[in-house]
Every structure is written in C-alpha cells, then in structure tokens.
Write a protein that binds this ligand. Structure first.
Ligand code: XMP
Ligand code: MG
Length: 183
C-alpha cells in the first residue's frame, strides 16, 4: 500500500520507500563491517520488525541466520510498562552466540531493555540492537542501541511494519498518523 491509498489518514510522510531502502543499506553495511567473519543471529521482534528484518537481512552480505520473538508489554493502552510477557520464544540456543536484535521502533525503551537483559541471561556472548526508529523524547531508560535508522519526534507513526490496530502495517513508507484516525 502506498501513501496515496490512505492519504486522508496521514498527517505527514516522514520517510519514503526510497529513503528507507537507502538507510537500510547503510545500516547493513555498518553491520557487515562490524561483524566481519562472525556468526551473528538476527532476532526479529514480531510483528513490527518484519519489514526491516526482510530488507536488512537481504542487504547484508553472507550468512545471517534469523529467529523471531513475540513479546507483549503489560500496560494501559498504548503505553509500555516494562513488564514483558513472551508470546513466542526463540527456537535457537543463544549460548556463545553474537545476537543482533532487530526492532522497528524504540519508544520508552522499556521493552527492549527487558529483552536485552533476557537474551544476555541466556548466555549470548554479545547482544546488540538495530532499530529503524527511535523517539528520544519518549525514552524512559538508558539503552545502548548500536544501530539506529532515524531519531524521530514523539508522535505516533505507522507503516513499514508499524501498525495502528493492525492497520497500515503494509504501507510502504513511514508516516505520522492523523489524530482524527485514533480520536
Ligand atoms: P517501548 O515503549 O517499550 O515500546 O519502547 C516499543 C514498542 O511500542 C510500539 N510503538 C509504536 N508502534 N507506532 C507504532 O506503530 C509508534 O509510533 C510506536 N511507538 C511505540 C512498537 O510495537 C514498539 O516495538
Ligand atoms: Mg515492536
């Protein structure tokens, strides 16, 4: 789906498909350079990370096995609480593995902070993060993120895997949702 298909629902397109392709290629080049010759497991966080995972993994050179987790954050409405429940766990033993968590967006950072600690406790030799988007104004915890696509304002965005009530996930760009959609 393209922005024209739902233009009435979007306030502003932040990044086009071309912008995303170019940035993901840069992130992939940085990951390749940092992990040369190492066996890295990409861990995608469902469902939002599906697009970045698909594009980043194909832009990487060499073998990068993938696994997936689904987590749910207890909290009121759209706010994350930091209390996380695993809905789908990894199939892979992390002992001695270099892990790169692939995320769509970091908001409060609470989910990711929990996830990093959880994966480290399984014996991974390193756990780093690649997130396409980050909202610096919304951060509630210090979190070290090795690769970030873009820092964005504290507004609700959709597209490229990001949804509002399971909608707009298949939008090919990243856009700020109009308030009239959710109010
Ligand atoms: P925390 O707050 O723990 O949560 O960093 C991150 C998760 O919250 C969701 N999230 C969003 N989803 N547009 C979305 O579609 C947004 O602007 C947004 N902000 C946070 C998302 O699932 C992310 O993984
Ligand atoms: Mg997510």
């Amino acid at each position: 789906m393209k922005s024209e298909d739902v233009s009435g629902d979007l306030r502003e397109v932040l990044y086009t498909k071309e912008d995303i392709d170019a940035r993901v290629a840069e992130l992939a080049a940085a990951v390749d350079a940092d992990y040369q010759g190492r066996d890295v497991l990409l861990v995608g966080v469902l469902k939002g990370a599906l697009m970045i995972m698909a594009d980043l993994s194909r832009a990487l050179s060499g073998q990068y096995p993938m696994d997936w987790m689904a987590v749910s954050s207890y909290g009121s409405g759209t706010k994350s609480s930091g209390v996380v429940r695993i809905l789908k766990d990894l199939d892979t033993d992390l002992t001695g593995r270099d892990v790169l968590i692939v995320e769509d967006i970091i908001d409060s950072g609470l989910t990711l902070s929990w996830l990093k600690t959880n994966l480290q406790s399984r014996g991974a030799s390193s756990v780093e993060v690649c997130a396409l988007l980050r909202k610096p104004e919304a951060l509630k915890v210090e979190i070290d993120v090795k690769y970030v696509g873009w820092d964005i304002p504290n507004e609700f965005v959709v597209g490229y895997g990001l949804d509002w009530a399971e909608q707009y996930r298949n939008l090919d760009c990243i856009a700020v949702l109009s308030e009239h959609v959710y109010s």
